[in-house]
Design a protein around this ligand. Structure first.
Ligand code: TLP
Length: 347
């Protein structure tokens, strides 16, 4: 049975071209800075995002953590969304390892938080208050539905952050999906931030890795933090070789995933009992919800779909997440819609 795995785009396996490039990669000891393929990836990433320098890290989680630890002292505060990945899904790392305080703001349905909330969250210069040091924003926003934050919003947020001497970090795990959806060069998004983490191992199909980009000074400090976190890898060019293909090729095809995600949502929305929020999906993530008249539990439906070879994520009591990626074909979209129809008609 063919398995259609849409639990996440993290499940993507490397392409044949990546596997060949990995086998042939020129490598060296990257902790000595001597891996030519890692160096090429880092330079290419920085150039693509319009930043001064890049640093290859094992995961998006480490990229965000490293960015926070590089900028913040113990007791400092980071302003972030209450539905952001850094707050919800990074195991509290910034507090556990950095003694850094998250100051959460309510994420709106579109993934933003209100600019006035940011202004109000910034602490006065008062010995009783923690020091506000950083703002973290996520684009695309995962938990809000793979939503795209507009360039104008990034610019407005940057203005507030910089006027208040705050560092502006972008969790851009899927920033190339945002750029594709907005039909802009990714630099239009990243030019507003001081640092960005983006992932090679999600829609971009590399087996492992993310890159943090920022100023040369930030990356130099980040290199030490990466070592502290145990993220200094040796012949990592084997991995970086796939990442180079991610950047050169896979970033250019994400529109295909978005089109398939729309087709999937259209098909699912035609099934009685399945509903979507207005204007969704915006990128490669599809979040169908169930109306009250569906009696089967969301978990039970996911289990039955799984038995039919369709793996989906359950994100809330009546809500699924299906993520479209490189290995999902038009035929898989049709099969998934049919499978949902079958399961929901047997309740
Ligand atoms: N997201 C994963 C899960 O952790 C939820 C997924 O399946 O979507 N930022 C964002 C916005 C992310 O979505 C993720 C992964 C990360 C950071 C962390 O990346 P990794 O998994 O490489 O540590």
């Amino acid at each position: 049975m063919k398995i259609i795995d849409m639990r996440s785009d993290t499940v993507t396996k490397p392409t044949d071209e990546m596997r060949q490039a990995m086998a042939a990669a020129e490598v060296g000891d990257d902790v000595y800075g001597e891996d030519p393929t890692v160096n090429r990836l880092q330079e290419l990433a920085a150039e693509t995002l319009g930043m001064e320098a890049g640093l290859f890290v094992p995961s998006g989680t480490m990229g965000n953590l490293l960015s926070v630890l590089t900028v913040c002292n113990r007791g400092d505060e980071v302003i972030m969304g209450n539905l952001g990945h850094t707050f919800l899904f990074e195991a509290g790392g910034i507090s556990a390892l950095g003694g850094v305080f998250p100051h959460t703001l309510p994420n709106q349905a579109d993934g933003t938080f209100l600019l006035e909330d940011v202004e109000n969250a910034i602490r006065p210069d008062d010995i009783h208050a923690p020091i506000s040091r950083m703002v973290v924003v996520e684009n695309t926003h995962n938990r809000c539905g793979g939503t795209v934050l507009p360039v104008a919003y990034m610019q407005d947020l940057a203005e507030i952050a910089h006027r208040n001497n705050l560092h502006f970090h972008l969790d851009g795990a899927r920033v190339f999906n945002a750029a594709a959806a907005l039909a802009v060069d990714v630099k239009e998004i990243t030019r507003h931030v001081d640092s960005v983490t983006f992932c090679l191992s999600k829609g971009l199909c590399a087996p492992v890795g993310s890159v943090v980009c920022g100023t040369r000074d930030l990356i130099k400090r980040g290199l030490r933090i990466r070592k502290v976190l145990g993220g200094g890898m040796r012949q990592a060019g084997i991995l970086a070789a796939a990442g180079i293909i991610s950047l050169e090729k896979m970033t250019k095809r994400l529109g295909e995933d978005h089109a398939r995600a729309s087709a999937l949502a259209d098909g699912l929305a035609s099934i009685p009992g399945v509903v979507f929020e207005m204007g969704m999906p915006q990128t490669n993530m599809v979040f169908p919800s169930l109306t009250e008249d569906i009696r089967l539990s969301t978990r039970e439906i996911a289990t039955r779909l799984g038995e039919m070879g369709v793996k989906v994520g359950v994100v809330a009591n009546r809500r699924f997440r299906l993520v479209v990626h490189y290995w999902i074909s038009d035929e898989d979209i049709v099969t998934t819609i049919q499978s949902f129809k079958r399961v929901l008609s047997t309740q």
